[in-house]
Ligand binder design. Structure first.
Ligand SMILES: [Zn+2]
Ligand SMILES: [Zn+2]
Length: 642
């Protein structure tokens, strides 16, 4: 085709079954103009064969086109990333001499890293937000500008933007480099972006943090401004509410207030459990042991410190050494276990096993240590030492499906007590793997059939399994809708070889067993962190560090309070008396702050009628009860773990 005297190449796009030709290098805007589809103002770009093209990207190859709307994940990412440009533009207006680094969209928002000449404060954040609002108000169009490498370097050198220059120097020498401009602000960027800043309907800057340039502590420390954005104000408000709620529930804050655990400089990443925390932990483990006993597990305990040779044999020495703490005993190298497995394999190897012993379920609640960088440590969520509720199951290949189903059901029983919702993910054979096709097929089918039989929702992640076997992960959803990966079921075809594990089959011949590694809680430390946030510190009766507080109204009732406390204590409950000469309201509030499930009050009326005035922690009054009725209620609630 001829156009202005030059040869024009055409590209064919397919949109909803219709074929449309456009000039190569044109953007999608002309196509949308031609089609004028319904809900056009909701469209912020297109997917061409699954690659996001915004309204500004030149189209160079044919493909199938799908519209990207503001409701989609890609649409939201484009919104948030575009808002980071608006943030950077506003900062440039307000702080001459600031140097810009990068500003990507992230989960729930975006950030931008700046090198400010002077540190900024919380008041500055408000100023920046006002400036951003102006830029959005002006509904500035995003324009794409292409430059070659030399032009790009020259441009940013003149602007005194050393971080941008460094980024460009790292790009492919021949690559065309794209810039995006809105108003007077130009940034180096690959895109995609919104058509214009007016699409940003609701945004907020959230907080400031320090971040090393390129995440490397040898580089300068930059200021990271975090923010979020939505296409609608209602969604922003509900998100901000959720953050507020999450802050209130932060397990580090509640852990301190409720005296559950502490952390000290003397042991970064190593948790100190306080008396109240130990009650929760023991309660959780008692429940765990009860369920495992019923499910046919036995329990072992293996040493924390084991010889180097064992770790060489297990493969940890070659593949995991950077995460292990190593020491010496009598001049021989030893390592602290990062996993319980090798010790478990040694126990299996102590005896000759028969197929009749299978499935053999051996649990271990084992303390493991793994080195984490100090910067990533976070309360109970990221630690350097934690307790894993492991188990190794030895079984026949024919038992895979049934046994995996058992594990799923056991995990379900344990999670349902806490009211957790979860979804399952099956990860299959990766490119690099050991084992035969037949072994992988048997293993993967076994897991998938068990998933189907469980009736639970699951997704498949192809190629995401470990090199030694497929796995199932449980992604647990807490009450704020956040996901935590806890339980995992992992099939292992490597360990039986490495540890030369065998059993005697029905024909009297030696064979290799199938090994399953699994955890339900994952890290007990992390699981308790999740529980603290899930319950906002208000543990159910069976886990509550203090279950009942008995309060007197005046000194005249103190004797009866002591009697009641003694009775409940003898019955095995965790109970405290409050007979201080303080106002009842004050004592109630204090018990309330401690999030004690039951508050019992004794005054004249209760003394006379031989009753207790019971209030459920959290506000609900439950009238008067005779001591024996209250005791029965407590027993029932504790037993049922409601
Ligand atoms: Zn951008
Ligand atoms: Zn294991």
């Amino acid at each position: 085709m001829l156009n202005r005297g030059k040869i024009v190449e055409m590209v064919t796009l397919e949109i909803k079954g219709k074929k449309i030709d456009i000039e190569k290098g044109d953007s999608i805007t002309s196509v949308i103009d031609r089609l004028d589809p319904k809900g056009r103002d909701q469209i912020v770009g297109v997917l061409i064969d699954d690659n996001f093209h915004d309204f500004h990207t030149p189209i160079t190859s044919p493909g199938k086109v799908e519209f990207v709307t503001v409701q989609s994940k890609q649409g939201l990412d484009a919104l948030r990333h575009s808002t980071s440009h608006v943030l950077a533009g506003a900062v440039r207006h307000l702080f001459p001499g600031v140097k810009l680094a990068i500003g990507p969209a992230i989960k729930n928002g975006y950030y931008y890293d700046f090198d400010f000449p002077e540190p900024i404060t919380a008041q500055d954040i408000e100023k920046i937000e006002k400036e951003m609002a102006k830029i959005i108000e002006e509904d500035q169009r995003f324009k794409r500008i292409a430059k070659n490498r030399d032009e790009a370097i020259e441009y940013f050198t003149e602007l005194n933007e050393p971080y941008k220059v460094e980024l460009i120097r790292d790009l492919d020498k021949e690559a065309e480099i794209s810039f995006y401009q809105n108003g007077d602000f130009v940034d180096l960027c690959r895109g995609p972006h919104l058509p214009s800043t007016g699409y940003i309907k609701a945004f907020k800057l959230l907080n400031l943090a320090g971040a090393y340039w390129r995440g490397d502590e040898r580089n300068p420390m930059l200021t990271r401004i975090y923010g979020t954005a939505f296409y609608d104000g209602k969604e922003l408000r509900s998100y901000l509410k959720q953050i507020e709620e999450a802050k209130k529930r932060d397990h580090r804050k509640l852990g301190k207030e409720l005296e559950l655990f502490s952390l000290h400089e003397e042991g970064p990443g190593f948790v100190f459990w306080l008396p109240h925390g130990i009650i929760v932990r023991n309660g959780l483990l008692d429940f765990w042991r009860e369920e495992h006993r019923k499910a046919g597990y036995v329990e072992v305990s293996t040493p924390i410190l084991l010889r180097k040779e064992l770790w060489v044999r297990s493969g940890h020495w070659d593949n995991y050494k950077e995460n292990m703490y190593i020491t010496e005993i009598d001049e021989n190298p030893f390592a602290i276990k990062p996993m319980n497995c090798p010790g478990g394999m040694l126990i299996y190897g102590e005896k000759i096993h028969s197929y009749r012993d299978f499935p053999m379920r051996v649990a271990e609640v084992g303390l493991v240590h793994r080195h984490e960088k100090s910067g990533v440590l976070q309360g109970l969520f990221r630690v350097r030492s934690f307790t894993q509720d492991d188990a190794h199951i030895f079984l026949l290949p024919s038992q895979i499906e049934a046994e995996i189903l058992n594990v799923i059901q056991l995990t379900d029983r344990i999670y349902s007590v806490f009211g957790f919702d979860y979804y399952l993910e099956l990860s299959t054979r990766p490119e690099k793997s050991i084992g035969t096709d037949e072994q992988w097929q048997l293993a993967t089918e076994g897991l998938e059939n068990a998933l189907k039989k469980s009736g639970k929702k699951y997704s498949v992640s192809p190629g995401e399994g470990a090199f030694y076997g497929p796995k199932i992960d449980f992604h647990l959803e807490d009450c704020l809708g956040r996901l935590h990966q806890c339980a995992t079921i992992q099939l292992d075809m490597a360990f039986p070889e490495r540890f030369d594990l065998t059993y005697i089959n029905s024909e009297g011949k030696e064979e290799r067993p199938v090994v399953v590694h699994r955890t339900v809680l994952g890290s007990i430390e992390r699981f308790i962190g999740i529980l603290i946030e899930h319950y906002a510190g208000r543990f159910p009766l069976w886990l509550a560090p203090v279950q009942v507080a008995v309060l007197s109204i005046t000194d005249a009732h103190a004797g009866r309070v002591e009697e009641m406390v003694d009775m409940l204590f003898q019955e095995g409950f965790r109970v405290i008396a409050d007979t201080r000469n303080e106002k009842l309201g004050y004592k109630m509030r204090e018990a309330e702050v401690k999030k004690i499930p039951y508050i019992a009050v004794i005054g004249d009326k209760e003394l006379e009628n031989d009753t207790l005035s019971i209030r459920h922690g959290g506000g609900k009054n439950i009238d008067s009860l005779k001591p024996e009725s209250f005791l029965a209620l407590l027993k029932e609630e504790e037993c049922s773990r409601k």
